[in-house]
Ligand binder design. Structure first.
Ligand code: UTP
Length: 313
């Protein structure tokens, strides 16, 4: 019987340059999707997998994350007095959870951020959730991966089929299908060109890792972009242990990027009971407006000039 996955690491020490200037002095992970910060979606996802210990890797200008998950006495008292029960319930729902925070002193890469969690994880298997990869709350990706780990006892990476034009943004795997949707990985490359990519199966932001990854990360020299790359460590781990990939077919948004963030916001707003109705109407109005605009532009581009002979008075 393999050890149970009880710990989860949430790397949040990155610079978030794709969201500057918003992320100059505030964490990207605190950007809200409608009314909840991205990192809270990830924490709630881990809670559904019976994770018991939550380890957040923070960095400079990331203190808002700690404040967010702390109890807020004055605000709670105020909501009690004004009888705002629903809001009170919402802001105290996670108060029973204990978070551990570790500060990554410099943003030296995802691999380095994970290495920072070593003193808390020790020799146990653990989950890693990148909160800017937002997954619809009804999906069971991480739960399925935990189940697979319990069966196989080795590291499991979440994979997604991506278009060839997107391959250069991801860590990409080569592997052999072992069961439906499960791959035994035999190759890993970080951000390959489409010519060098072993497949179009990209690693997305959910992992179950065995603790042997720490010894490898510790010895790793900086790779692509001068960062300690998790993909490089996984390639080393592959020489010692099997690694499996699990294909995710549900909805995921790369909310670390502006377009993905906007898509997540729109889709979550469409499901939010408070705003879904007026927001749906608003989107329909915009769609109609864009359609009319396109129609007018098409008309303008048709040559309506009056034939010369009719133009003579
Ligand atoms: P990203 O690759 O999205 O990098 O990190 P980033 O720095 O956050 O954003 P950009 O690319 O500059 O816009 C993926 C996840 O890994 C964490 C990030 O906080 C994010 O959750 N990370 C990245 C760290 O914790 N430390 C690092 O040194 C780098």
């Amino acid at each position: 019987m393999h050890k149970r996955v009880k710990k989860a690491v949430f790397p949040a020490g990155g610079l978030g340059t794709r969201f500057l200037p918003a992320t100059k002095a505030s964490p990207k992970e605190m950007l809200p999707i409608v009314d909840k910060p991205m990192i809270q979606y990830a924490i709630e996802e881990a809670i559904t997998c019976n994770i018991e210990e939550f380890i957040i890797i923070t960095g400079k200008y990331k203190r808002a994350i700690e404040d967010h998950f702390d109890s807020a006495y004055e605000l709670e008292e105020n909501l009690k007095k004004t009888d705002k029960k629903k809001l009170l319930e919402e802001i105290t729902r996670l108060n029973h959870i204990n978070f551990a925070y570790i500060r990554q002193k410099a943003a030296l890469g995802l691999g380095h951020a994970i290495l920072c969690a070593r003193p808390f994880v020790d020799d146990e298997p653990f989950a890693v959730l990148l909160s800017d990869d937002v997954i619809e709350p009804e999906e069971t990706l991480l739960l399925d991966m935990v189940g697979l780990y319990e069966k196989l006892g080795c590291s499991i990476l979440a994979l997604e089929e991506v278009p060839v034009t997107e391959i250069h943004k991801y860590g990409v795997i080569g592997g052999i299908a072992s069961e439906d949707g499960i791959y035994k990985i035999n190759d890993l490359i970080e951000k390959p060109t489409k010519e060098k990519a072993p497949s179009n199966l990209a690693i997305i932001g959910r992992y179950i890792l065995t603790p042997e990854i720490f010894g490898i990360l510790e010895k790793l020299t900086p790779g692509r972009g001068g960062e300690i790359q998790l993909t490089d460590a996984l390639r080393e781990l592959l020489k010692k242990q099997s690694i499996y990939g699990y294909i995710f077919k549900g909805k995921r948004y790369d909310a670390g990027d502006k377009f993905g963030y906007l898509k997540a916001t729109i889709n979550f707003a469409l499901k939010n009971p408070e705003v879904s109705e007026p927001f749906t109407q608003y989107l329909q109005d915009i769609a109609q407006m864009l359609k009319n605009k396109r129609h007018n532009e098409d008309r303008k581009s048709v040559n309506y000039s009056i034939p010369l002979k009719d133009n003579i008075i």
